[in-house]
Design a protein around this ligand. Structure first.
Ligand SMILES: O=c1ccn([C@@H]2O[C@H](COP(=O)(O)OP(=O)(O)O[C@H]3O[C@H](CO)[C@@H](O)[C@H](O)[C@H]3O)[C@@H](O)[C@H]2O)c(=O)[nH]1
Ligand SMILES: [Mn+2]
Length: 893
C-alpha cells in the first residue's frame, strides 16, 4: 500500500494528467498536496479499499468536502467550512426508539438513514422578522396609496395599484413557504450497516434507470452514451440496477451506439471499480486536470489509465463514424426498389430510416425493444489477469455489467405521442415486465451521474424508518457543466435549486423537476401513500391497460425475479404490446397513472399528483454533486425553455389540478408553494406595463402616476430594498452567492418582459382554442466554433418573444435621452421639484437597465464579449436621442 516514490512514475503521471506538482510538494511526496494524493491518503486513513458489492470503496467520503456525511470523523474535520456554519443538527437519536425490534441497527432497532438540519437561529429569526416587517410595510403602502388617490391619469393609477397588490400577493406566495428551510443529509454509513449482508451481498432495493433521447442530432449521441456509461458504472449492486434507453427517434445510430457502449463498458466499468475513480462519465473524467484514484500501485494505475484513455478515444471515433458506417452498409444492401437502413446483421432496421419512408420515419414506426446486456447473476464475477486479450488486470475486480435495454416505442401519425411523458410511461411498463424494480431514477440524455454514491444517497431517504415508506420521490438539484463563468443567463438558477428546494424540503417536499430524481414505482402508478391508502393496491384493466403481465408485475413488487427465467416465459410480444400506441387508449395512463399528459411541464404535474395523494418528497444535495448536465447558454434557447416552463405552469393552474382547488392531502403551505409555481408568469403583465411607463417622458408636459411623487418613489424604493435585505439572509442559508441572487433578479426581469407574457398569451389562446404549447426539445448542440467553449453565448437569434424586452429597454434608454434633451432645451428653468422628479425617474430607468443588462449584452452578439462596450454604446444612444429630441422640438414645433 505504500505510495511509490519513483520520480519516473511521477513524471509520467504529470505527463498524462497535465498536473503541476509544486517543487515543495515533490519533496514531501509522502505527504503530498495534490488532489490525487489527498484522495489517496484520506482513503488510507479510513479504511483500505475494500471490494464490496461492486468492488468499490466509498469515494464520496474521500473527497472530504462532502456533507453526504457517511463517516462522522471526516465530517467533523470540515466543521469550519463557510456554508455549513449557518445550519445546525436537529437533535435526534441515531436509531428509531419507538421501533421494538428489527435485525438491523444497534440494539436491534432500525438506524436512521438521514439527518435533518435547520437554519441557525441567528439567521433564521432576523430573516423571519424581516419578512414580517416587509409584509406590514407593503400593507401600509397600499393604505397610503388608496388614501392618496391623486394622479394625472387615474386609469393608470388604478392599474398601478392593481399591479402593486399583485406584486405584494405574489411576493407573499413566494416568501411564505421559505420560512422554515430544512436540509436533509443522507447517512451512507448507516445505510451500509442496514443493507450489508456480508460477502458482497446486500439487501439494497432494485433501481430501474430511465434515460430519454429524442433526436440523435439535437441531442448528441456522445452525451447520451456518457450518461449510460455513468449509470452502468454507478456504485450500486450490479444485479439490482437496470438501465433503459428510450429512443424517440427510433434511430439505428442510437441503437448501434448503445451496442458499442456496452462493449466499451466491459472495460470502462471494471476500470472505474478497480480504481474508484470519479466521475464515471468518461468525457468528464478525462477532462479533469487531476484525476483521483485508489489502488496499491501507482504504476498500474498509470498504465491502465493510459490504455483506457486510448480505448475511449477509439470508442468516440467509432461513435462519430457510426452515421457513415450505417449509410455505407445500407448502400451496399440497397437497390433501386428499396432504400432501407440495414443493421449490422443484414436485416432491415424496424425503426426510422436514413431516407424516411412510410412506417419508417420519425413519427411512424414499429416498436423496438432489445436487451443489450442481460441481467447479471447475483454472484460477483472476477475478470482475467493481464493476458493477450485483456490489457488491464481485472483479476480482483467484479466485471459484471447491469442490465441494459434499448426501447423505442411504436409511433403512428394518428396518435398523440405526448413527448417525454409518453416515452417515460412506455419505459415504466417495459421495465415492469423485465426488472420491475421498486425504485426508478430518470435522466435526460444530457445529464450524467457525477457522484457514484448518489443512488445510495437517494435510497437512504426511501428506506428510512421514519418517513421512508411515505416518500414518493427524492429530487436532486440540477447542476450544469457548460455554463459560462459569470452565468450570464442565470442557468445555474441557484436561488431556485438551493433556496426554494431547501425551503420546500421543510414542508411536504420539493417538486419533481424532471431529471435526477428517484421515484417509488407505486407512486408513479398513481397509488396513494400508505398513510392515506385505505385499501391495498387494486389492478384494474380500465386504469392500467390490459396486459396481464403488467398487472401481475404490480402485484409482486420488490420481488426478486430471475430474469432469464422470466424472459423465456414471456414472449417478446408481451413487451411489444405494452409499447404500442393503442395500449393507453381508454386507460388512466397520462392522467391517473404514470407521467401526466397534455402539459408542457409534465414533471411538476406528476410530482403534484403524488403530493396530493399524501406522499412526501425529499430534497437531497451531496458533494460532489450527484448529477450534472448541460443547459442552454444561448439567450434565445434559454428563453424558449423558460417559456415552456412558464406556459406549463399556467396550464397546470387552468387544469383540474389547480393547486388552489385540487382536493387531496396537501400541506396548506405546500399548496401556497404550488400556487406560486403556477401563477408567477402573470406578474409579468404588470412588469411590462411598469417597464413601459417612462414613455411618459416623451409627452411635453409632466405626468405622474401617483402624487406626491417623491413620497411614492421613496416608498417603492424602500419595499424593493427590503426584498434585497431579506435576500442577504436567504443567500446565507441557501449557501449561494450574491451573484447568484443578482442574476436571478436580472433573469426574472428579462423573462418577465419576454417569455412570461408570451406564455400568458399562449395560455389565453389555449383557453379559447384548446391548443397547447409545443414541447420543443432544448437544443444541446453547441455551435460550430470549437475554439470558444462559450461560443453559443454570443449567438443572438431574433424571435418575436424578444420584442417586449427590446421595447422596454428602448423606452428606458429613450427616457434618459429625452430627459437630457429637456434639460438642454429648458436650459436651467427647471424648479427644484422638477429636478428631483427627474432624478427619481432616472433612478427607475437605471434600475430597469441594470436588470436588463444581460439582455443588452446579448443584443451586441459577439461584441458583447467585452461588456465595457456598453459604456460607450449607451451614452451615445442617450445623446443621440437627446439631440434628436431637441432638433424635433426646435425645428418642427
Ligand atoms: O418527444 C420527446 C421530447 C423530449 N424527450 C426527452 O425529454 C428530455 C427533456 O428535454 P429537454 O429538451 O432537454 O428539456 P429541458 O428544457 O432541458 O428539460 C427540463 O424541463 C422539462 C419539462 O419541464 C423536464 O421534463 C426535463 O426533465 C427538465 O430537465 C430529453 O431527454 C429528451 O430526449 C423525449 O424523450 N421525447
Ligand atoms: Mn435538458
Amino acid at each position: 500500500m505504500a505510495f511509490s516514490k519513483s520520480s519516473k512514475i511521477r513524471r509520467a503521471l504529470q505527463h498524462i494528467m497535465g498536473m503541476h506538482i509544486a517543487a515543495e510538494s515533490q519533496e514531501r511526496w509522502s505527504g503530498p498536496t495534490t488532489q490525487l494524493a489527498r484522495y489517496y491518503t484520506y482513503m488510507q486513513a479510513m479504511s483500505p479499499p475494500t471490494v464490496d458489492n461492486a468492488g468499490l470503496g466509498q469515494p464520496l467520503l474521500a473527497n472530504g468536502k462532502g456533507d453526504a456525511g457517511a463517516v462522522p470523523t471526516l465530517r467533523r474535520k470540515k466543521k469550519g467550512s463557510k456554508k455549513e456554519t449557518y445550519w445546525v443538527d436537529i437533535e435526534q437519536p441515531d436509531v428509531l426508539e419507538s421501533a421494538p425490534d428489527l435485525e438491523n441497527g444497534s440494539g436491534g432497532r432500525p438506524l436512521l438513514l438521514f439527518r435533518n438540519k435547520k437554519v441557525k437561529r441567528r439567521i433564521l429569526y432576523p430573516y423571519r422578522i424581516l419578512i414580517f416587517a416587509r409584509l406590514i410595510a407593503v400593507i401600509l403602502f397600499f393604505i397610503w396609496r388608496l388614501k392618496n388617490n391623486i394622479s394625472d391619469m387615474i386609469w393608470l393609477w388604478g392599474m398601478s395599484v392593481a399591479g402593486d397588490v399583485w406584486f405584494g400577493f405574489s411576493w407573499l406566495l413566494n416568501q411564505l413557504p421559505k420560512v422554515n428551510p430544512i436540509k436533509s443529509i443522507p447517512d451512507l454509513g448507516a445505510l451500509k450497516k442496514t443493507c450489508d449482508l456480508g460477502e458482497g451481498r446486500s439487501s439494497l432495493p432494485g433501481i430501474d434507470v430511465f434515460v430519454t433521447t429524442a433526436d440523435p442530432i439535437d441531442e448528441p449521441i456522445l452525451y447520451t452514451m456518457n450518461c449510460i456509461l455513468s449509470i452502468l458504472a454507478v456504485d450500486y449492486p450490479v444485479d439490482k440496477n437496470a438501465c433503459y434507453l428510450s429512443d424517440d427517434a427510433g434511430a439505428l445510430v442510437n441503437y448501434e451506439a448503445l451496442v458499442e457502449t456496452a462493449k466499451f463498458a466491459t472495460l470502462w466499468v471494471p476500470f472505474c471499480r478497480k480504481y474508484c475513480i470519479e466521475p464515471r462519465a468518461p468525457e468528464s473524467y478525462f477532462e479533469l486536470k487531476a484525476q483521483s484514484y485508489i489502488c496499491s500501485s501507482l504504476e498500474d494505475f498509470i498504465i491502465d489509465h493510459k490504455y483506457v484513455h486510448r480505448k475511449y478515444d477509439e470508442f468516440k471515433m467509432q461513435i462519430e463514424m457510426l452515421p457513415d458506417t450505417i449509410r455505407e452498409r445500407s448502400d451496399t444492401y440497397n437497390n433501386i426498389h428499396i432504400n432501407a437502413t440495414f443493421m449490422a446483421d443484414g436485416t432491415q432496421w424496424p425503426g426510422t430510416w436514413i431516407d424516411p419512408t412510410e412506417s419508417h420515419k420519425k413519427g411512424h414506426h414499429a416498436s423496438i425493444v432489445q436487451i443489450i446486456v442481460n441481467q447479471p447473476s447475483h454472484i460477483p464475477q472476477r475478470g482475467l489477469p493481464v493476458c493477450a486479450k485483456e490489457n488491464v488486470d481485472f483479476s480482483t475486480t467484479d466485471v459484471r455489467l447491469p442490465m441494459l435495454v434499448y426501447v423505442s416505442r411504436e409511433k403512428h401519425p394518428s396518435y398523440d405521442h405526448q413527448k417525454k411523458a409518453g416515452a417515460m410511461n412506455v419505459q415504466l411498463r417495459v421495465s415492469a415486465l423485465l426488472s420491475n424494480a421498486p425504485f426508478i431514477i430518470n435522466f435526460d440524455c444530457d445529464h450524467y451521474i457525477n457522484n457514484s454514491q448518489s443512488f445510495r444517497a437517494a435510497v437512504c431517504f426511501m428506506l428510512d424508518p421514519r418517513e421512508g415508506e411515505n416518500t414518493a420521490f427524492v429530487q436532486f438539484p440540477q447542476r450544469f457543466d457548460n455554463v459560462d463563468p459569470t452565468d450570464r443567463y442565470c442557468n445555474h438558477n441557484r436561488v431556485f435549486f438551493d433556496g426554494t428546494m431547501l425551503a420546500l424540503n421543510g414542508l411536504q417536499g420539493p417538486s419533481y423537476l424532471g431529471t435526477g430524481c428517484m421515484f417509488r414505482r407505486i407512486a408513479l402508478y398513481g397509488i396513494g401513500s400508505p398513510r392515506r391508502r385505505a385499501d391495498g393496491v387494486t389492478t384494474r384493466t380500465n386504469i392500467f391497460g390490459n396486459s396481464t403481465s403488467f398487472l401481475r408485475s404490480m402485484l409482486s413488487p420488490d420481488q426478486e425475479q430471475e430474469m432469464s427465467l422470466k424472459l423465456n416465459e414471456m414472449a417478446i410480444s408481451e413487451l411489444v404490446d405494452v409499447m404500442a400506441c393503442a395500449y393507453e387508449v381508454c386507460t388512466g395512463w397520462g392522467k391517473d397513472v404514470g407521467w401526466i399528459y397534455n402539459i408542457a411541464t409534465e414533471d411538476i404535474a406528476t410530482g403534484f399528483r403524488a403530493h396530493r395523494q399524501g406522499w412526501c418528497s425529499k430534497f437531497c444535495t451531496i458533494k460532489p454533486d450527484a448529477f450534472r448536465g448541460t443547459a442552454p447558454i444561448n439567450l434565445t434557447e434559454r428563453l424558449l425553455q423558460i417559456m415552456r416552463w412558464s406556459g406549463g405552469s399556467l396550464e397546470l393552474f387552468f387544469s383540474h389540478s389547480n393547486p388552489l382547488f385540487a382536493r387531496g392531502w396537501l400541506h396548506p403551505i405546500q399548496r401556497v408553494a404550488y400556487l406560486n409555481m403556477t401563477i408567477y408568469p402573470i406578474t409579468s403583465i404588470f412588469i411590462v406595463v411598469y417597464g413601459l411607463c417612462p414613455m411618459m417622458w416623451l409627452l411635453p408636459g409632466e405626468f405622474y402616476i401617483q402624487r406626491p411623487f417623491t413620497r411614492y418613489v421613496l416608498y417603492v424604493i424602500m419595499i424593493i430594498l427590503m426584498i434585497h435585505i431579506i435576500g442577504v439572509f436567504e443567500i446565507k442559508w441557501a449557501g449561494i452567492t450574491w451573484m447568484d441572487w443578482w442574476r436571478n433578479e436580472q433573469f426574472f426581469m428579462i423573462g418577465a418582459t419576454s417569455a412570461y407574457p408570451t406564455a400568458v398569451l399562449y395560455m389565453l389562446v389555449k383557453l379559447v382554442t384548446g391548443k397547447g404549447i409545443q414541447f420543443r426539445i432544448t437544443s444541446k448542440q453547441t455551435s460550430a466554433d470549437t475554439n470558444d467553449k462559450f461560443a453559443d453565448l454570443y449567438v443572438f437569434r431574433w424571435v418575436p418573444l424578444l420584442i417586449p424586452t427590446t421595447l422596454v429597454f428602448a423606452v428606458n434608454v429613450g427616457a434618459i435621452g429625452v430627459a437630457l434633451g429637456k434639460v438642454i432645451l429648458l436650459n436651467g428653468s427647471w424648479t427644484a421639484v422638477q429636478m428631483r422628479h427627474a432624478i427619481l425617474g432616472l433612478i427607475f430607468n437605471i434600475w430597469v437597465m441594470a436588470l436588463l443588462y444581460p439582455f443588452a449584452l446579448a443584443m451586441l452578439g459577439k461584441r458583447g464579449k467585452r461588456p465595457i462596450i456598453l459604456l460607450i454604446v449607451l451614452p451615445l444612444a442617450f445623446i443621440t436621442v437627446g439631440v434628436t429630441y431637441c432638433a424635433i422640438q426646435y425645428f418642427l414645433l
